[in-house]
Design a protein around this ligand. Sequence first.
Ligand code: NDP
Length: 411
Amino acid sequence: MTKITMAGKVLIIGAGGVGSVVAHKCAQVPGVFSGIMLASRTVSKCERIKAEIRKRYGREIDTAKVDANDVAQLVALIKRFNPQLVVNVALPYQDLAIMDACLEAGVNYLDTANYEPPDVAHFEYRWQWAYQEKFRQKGLMAVLGCGFDPGVSNVFCAYSQKHLFDEINYIDILDCNAGNHGHPFATNFNPEINIREVTQVVRYWENGQWIERPPILDPTSVHFSFNYPVVGEKESYLLYHEELESLVRNIRGLKRIRFWMTFSENYLTHLRVLQNVGMTRIDEVEYNGTKVVPIKFLKQLLPDPATLGTNYVGKTVIGNILSGMKDGKSKSVYIYNVCDHEESYKEVGAQAVSYTTGVPAMIGAMLMLNGSWRGSGVFNVEQLDPDPFMDALNKYGLPWKPVDFDSRLPE
Ligand code: NDP
């Protein structure tokens, strides 16, 4: 069967660190992305990215100002630009408004982070999975969580399920950033979202149940030293991460799934102090007659993740260790990617955390536009064919490597 390659227009919403990478990577593939619009709350950020893209690739993209909390504004913008797909790389708070606008305007949707209500630091798929019937009825496709983790981490599971195992019993996702940005304290993606995520009670899933463990800042948090490829031993902390919620539904034979992330003592010390003095609070406090949300004020003071790339050195190493059965024998495989901050910066002017999120978002968008990923309804990426995605990772800057894994992980 000949595959028809289709090109189309994409509307990218959010001009932060990730949005810039998505725009750059889409601009590199004109055969698929025939038109690109970057829209965000602060249009000057879109303009700056547009100028960089013109300088790098001699390509023009469109820009627009939009408040992505406002469905009517979004619908008007979508109708004006008329894209086949909206890529949402604004903040998780905007997910539902952008999904509503896509339904109303009749376009497909992709994002990299699940919905989170602004007033509760809690993220889960329930709210977006509830759109299943609406997208199905309209014959539209919504792909959720298509960054690196969630995103590539889910695709690694789908690929392993399809090719490497008859049954996967244990999954450990390990996310290591061994880079140095030269700032005393900074977060690699939106500070507010990042701090809300890492200060939560930790959960992992075993034998059908969610098990809680203390947050990473607690003296009794669960951590161990893992010897990562290329970068060596790093302290890795058990953390709740959103892909666990969909993977427990979609991977056959699963007995346990956990997520680990590396944190330096320096990062934890800063975060502990900020938390202790109340700077990570998400409720309003009154200061001199003005209402202030401390974590939003903190975000203003911290370095913008989109600017961290300038002096960033080192690498990220993110991957999955999967154990299970193949042809009656037990086996364990480690699939991972190594991404270099300086090389990402050279290519698209961004650090590796934005790069490892933006490239998979572009790949997902490409597969939706060219028809490799097709369907009506709401999908997590492990429900879609992993093969074209795995090929594209190698081609578009995130090569992966599978190795036999014979070390031990904590029980
Ligand atoms: P940034 O804070 O750098 O960028 C977010 C952008 O969204 C900003 O340009 C911001 O505008 C814009 N925005 C915020 N609110 C609105 C609004 N109401 N209307 C329009 N635009 C708005 O974040 P990142 O680029 O670091 O992260 C982007 C997304 O990627 C986040 O959802 C994050 O959770 C996700 N992510 C996913 C990862 C994965 O692997 N799956 C990893 C890392 C991040 P303004 O400039 O005005 O503030």
